[in-house]
Design a protein around this ligand. Structure first.
Ligand SMILES: C[S@@+](CC[C@H](N)C(=O)[O-])C[C@H]1O[C@@H](n2cnc3c(N)ncnc32)[C@H](O)[C@@H]1O
Length: 391
């Protein structure tokens, strides 16, 4: 059921009543809940129909782009390689690929339409939350100190320059806008639908959280989700392990603030802390499970190595480390593969993505006090096989 079908149908009325019951968790513990046009489960409706329609439009375009225009652009690259006397299956460098791709106006057109759509998606959302700043800030303030989970913000902490970029063109990035969490939540909804599937109810995070392997002794008392963003994975882990102490850490204060408010909304007791993944502040050996979801391609390769070391430090012996991110490794490849990575880097402002791909993430883990867990299946094809236990 989507948000349109929720209104004016018997099934919709039943679903709305269920959601209202869910929302009463917040009403009991806080006097401020902004839900102007109702909610579809974990996704609150946007405040105006006009904005919601704009988001539907950009989402639709993004799906069309992912399914058709990127494919067309791939075919054009193939043709251009053949015309230049090259075999599309050949391994080449970024420079060799760009020599062909960057000169092709049709390929560039596909890239530019994508970026324009991405910019409109973010800007319309950011403008909306800023136009209603008082109301949305008051809502977050009201939720800061209520539970079931806790929130630890560190407004004076050092925020490294490398985290300040406007990754995937999100205006002011994860750390510079008080509504970074709100904007990210709605903006990434279209990313998920066009690339990985529906995630309005955290379906993707729940699926992944449900498949993480356990330590050999089966004991899971404490869990850490690094670079937790708006806490979709952290909340899903708390649902899978209701008795465990679950922590999500993220450098973005506005991200964890929104994560905390959102988790409270549906009565989820995950805890959130503003902290760097490479310096989480937890004691040695504290956790049984450490994970992360699509954080590493957004940090420099050298930082990824530090983060692996921090994961090792905070895990107990036998604890499990399963960081989820794209298969990495190599500065050469087939033109189509390199163009995909280049597209993200150049057009989606994934500033660290080439740095991420320049190291072999899986091998870097194996070098730092971890051993592959025999027989644990990979969590998802595009994320490779990174189920490790601390030795
Ligand atoms: C693509 S988002 C993924 C968020 C979340 N895991 C999810 O599944 O939606 C990457 C997140 O990593 C965070 N991040 C980036 N570098 C970090 C670092 N060094 N320490 C902690 N968080 C970091 C960003 O602030 C952002 O929220």
């Amino acid at each position: 059921m989507n948000r349109r079908t929720l209104f004016g149908t018997a099934a919709g009325a039943t679903a709305l009543a269920a959601f209202a019951r869910e929302r009463s968790v917040l009403a009991k513990s806080s006097d401020m809940d902004v839900e102007l046009r109702g909610s579809t489960g974990r996704m609150e409706r946007l405040g105006t129909l006009e904005l919601e329609s704009q988001q539907d439009f950009t989402l639709g375009f993004r799906v069309f782009h992912a399914k058709k225009m990127r494919r067309m652009s791939g075919m054009l690259l193939n043709d251009a390689l053949i015309e230049a006397g090259l075999d599309p299956k050949e391994t080449m460098t970024y420079d060799q690929m760009l020599e062909i791709a960057d000169k092709n106006p049709q390929i560039n057109l596909a890239s530019r339409t994508w970026i324009a759509n991405q910019q409109v998606t973010w800007k319309t959302l950011q403008d909306y939350f800023h136009a209603n700043a008082d109301m949305y800030l008051s809502e977050m303030e009201a939720a800061d100190n209520i539970g079931p989970g806790t929130l630890e913000l560190s407004p004076d902490m050092y925020v490294p320059e490398y985290t300040r970029h406007e990754i995937h063109i999100q205006p002011d990035g994860y750390v510079g806008d008080p509504f970074a969490g709100h904007v990210y939540h709605y903006g990434t909804n279209s990313f998920y639908i066009s690339v990985l599937g529906h995630n309005e109810q955290d379906q993707i995070h729940k699926n992944v959280a449900g498949r993480l392997p356990l330590p050999a002794d089966g004991k899971v008392k404490r869990i850490l989700d690094m670079g937790c963003g708006i806490g979709q994975m952290s909340a899903a882990l708390k649902e899978r392990f209701p008795d465990a102490e679950v922590w999500g850490v993220d450098i973005g204060g506005p991200m964890v603030r929104y994560a905390h408010m959102r988790a409270n909304d549906f009565g989820n007791g995950a805890n959130f802390r503003q902290a760097l993944a490479e310096e989480t502040g937890f004691p040695d050996g504290y956790f049984d499970l450490v994970t992360s979801y699509i954080m590493h391609h957004e940090v420099p390769g050298e930082k990824t190595k530090e983060i692996i070391e921090e994961a090792n430090r905070v895990l107990r012996p036998g604890g499990v480390y399963t960081p989820l991110d794209f298969v990495s490794g190599g500065t050469t490849g087939r033109a189509a593969q390199l163009h995909g990575r280049w597209f993200d880097h150049r057009w989606n402002n994934e500033v660290w993505s080439l740095s991420y791909h320049s190291i072999d993430f899986t091998k870097e883990i194996a070098k730092r006090g971890f051993k592959k867990i025999a027989g644990a299946p990979p969590i998802a094809r595009q994320f490779g096989d990174r189920n490790f236990a601390k030795t």
